[in-house]
Every structure is written in C-alpha cells, then in structure tokens.
Design a protein around this ligand. Sequence first.
Ligand SMILES: *Cc1c(COP(=O)(O)O)cnc(C)c1O
Ligand SMILES: [Zn+2]
Length: 412
Amino acid sequence: MGGYLEGLACRACDARYPAEVRSICDECFGPVEPAYDEERIRAEVTRGAIEAGPRSLWRYEPLLPATRNTSIDLGDGWSPLRRAHRLGAELGLPNLWLKDETRNPTHSFKDRVVSVALTKAFEFGFDTVACASTGNLANAVAAHAAAGGLHAVALVPADLEPAKLTATAVYGATLVEVDGTYDDVQRLCSEAQEESPWAFVNVGLRPYYAEGSKTIALETAEQLGWRSPDHAVVPVASGALLTKVAEGFRQLWRVGLLDDEPSVRVSGAQAQGCSPVATAFAEGSEEIQPVRHPDTIARSLAIGAPADGHFALQEVRKSGGALDAVSDDEIVEAVGLLARTEGIFAETAGGVTIATLQRLAARGVVRPDEVVVAYITGMGLKTLDGFGTRFGVAATITPELEALAKAVPWEA
Ligand SMILES: *Cc1c(COP(=O)(O)O)cnc(C)c1O
Ligand SMILES: [Zn+2]
C-alpha cells in the first residue's frame, strides 16, 4: 500500500505536472492540486487498514501527497468528534456534532496542513520553511519545524494577538511582523518565494498544504461510522478548508470507503469585519470583492482577498448551503455559549462558526432533521484579548466565610 500520488493537476484545465514545488498552472494560471491513482486506492485500501493506522491524520496516508515514514507528526489530527446535546438543544438541532480542533498540538486545525506541508518540504530537501500567517499557521509551522530540525520564518500582520506571537517565537522560529494587512504579507511572501531558497508552506507548497485540510472531512466520516454528515458548517478565511471539506467526502466515496454517496450541504461562516465571501453569496455575485481593511476580533479569519474564496462560494452554492457573517458581539457571545454548554473553549473563529450556525438554524437553513457537524478550528486561550472583559471574576472578597456568603448566597 502506498505511492498513490500521480502528480499535480490543474483544477481549471486539468493540465498535469510532476509533484514539484508549484501552486499555479502554466497554461491557465489556475490552482494546481495533488492527483492520485484513485482506481488503485479503491482496489487496495480498506477501512480496516485505515482503522489500524496511527491515531493522527497520517492514518490517511494513501490519500495524502507525502509518506508517513518521513512524516513530521506531532500527533496532528484525529481530533474528537463529539455529540453536542446541550448546545444542540439551545439551537434546536438534535443531531449536532462538534469536531474539536482545539486539541491539536498547537491548538488549531493548522497543525494538519503544516504536518503535510513540512513533510513535503523535508522530502524536497528544503532546510528553511516560511509562511504568511494570521497567527495559527505561524504557531504550527514553528512547532513542526522545531520537531523536524528545520528553520522557520513566520511573517505576520502587525496587529496579532500577543499569545500567537509568543507561541511562535518560543519554538525558535524567526518571527517577522509586517506593517500591513494579511494580504500585504501574502503578497510579500509570493515575491519572496521567487527569490529566496525558502519553502513557503502556503505559497509554493500550497497544493500539499491544502490537502492537510481534507483530513478533517475524512476523519468526520470515519467517526460517524463511514458516513458523511448532512450539513457541514465551516469557518472561511482563504476558503481552502471549506473547499477541501467538501472535496474530502466526495473523494472517500470515489475510492469506495463510504456506503452511500455523500450529499453534504456545506455552509460557511465569516466575521462581518471581513466577509468577502459571505457578501458575494448575499449579493448573488460571482465576483469576490476584496476587503481592504479587515476589522474584526476574529483575526485568524481576517483575509480580505481569499485565494480559494471563489471555490468555497461554488461549493456552498452547489451543495445548497449558505454563507453568513456575524458581528464581534455575536462572536463573543457564541464563544461563551459553546463553553457553557459543551465545555469547549474556542478562539474567536470558533465563535464565528457557532454564531453563524445559530443564525442559519434560526432561519431554517440548517435543519433539525440533519446530522450537522460544526468545525471548532482553534483554541480560546490564544485570543483572550478578543473577549475583553466579557468573562471575568464574579466577586473579589476577603478570606472570610461571611464575605463568601454575601458575595455568593447559598440556599440553607
Ligand atoms: C486558518 C483558519 C481558518 C480558515 O482556514 P482557511 O483554509 O484559510 O479558510 C479557520 N479557523 C482557524 C482557527 C484558522 O486558523
Ligand atoms: Zn490550468
């Protein structure tokens, strides 16, 4: 089993390339992505073999563009899929499940994309890896580079949460703040990709990087008993995660690992301070207008010109899902709701997902009869400043029983 990667294929015109450092098609400038020998996978890969694999995303090695024996695996992925009875009751969704990505090694789903991309960088012989990041990617690149003995350079916009800066630099990565937005950082990295000897995980290695996102859908299906859900609710920054979630269920079906052909409605969540994809959806437009000055506490989603926004929009429309955008206040309230009902402390992006789910459920877009999976992509301790004073101490008292009884009255 193994070696199913055939090379790269253009998503727009299907031109073929070897598995090299490349993100764009020479013929049409479309994005390229890994292509596999799916017929051989279908013949050779069984559920049993996957179930016997490691408790990480590398259990899906046959559907990944890199090999497990050289993998930089910190125990990435294989996160819990939890039935959310209490939150479901609040939202009127009796079949709600949460994929808890806060449990990854650096506490966001970005560990998945980085484990795959850095394994590939190592295979290609790079000794320095780099990224343009809204925070979580920098954390994941820094940690995996450290474990793999690679140098890391992380470029971030200037207004990131302090926790995300510390959680990058601590691993020995070179952290560079750029005076600009994420889109400025991304453009700078595209230029540097051409001139420098570094492997940019979300530029030159983007096709491999994005495949890591797919594993979140593969796991969801396996954890539901090799079934796809009826509705997936996914936060959108560049749009890669949403696009790959949709594709992941279809690929599992094509290679014979699902009993029933998936028909998953896919919905997307954005913050009102940066909602280019949700706005295009609301306006019924094909064009995504870039947001020049993102302004939201959901910094990890603050990409004004999303590289895969167009594909995300298509997936949502084609599947009968929806996109919506929520305010900063709704985000904070939703983080509290999720924590109070399910014991999961999500970062602001998780609040975006839950608040959007709440809206879509209220509008009847997400329905009570559906098996719904919401993706909680990152951890709340990284974005404490985004919550302001909303969650604080109830009282400050002297160490005396009387003071306690006064501050927190109990029934006799
Ligand atoms: C990066 C990120 C996303 C969105 O990922 P894209 O693939 O860029 O759309 C969602 N949630 C969190 C916490 C992230 O860090
Ligand atoms: Zn092409």
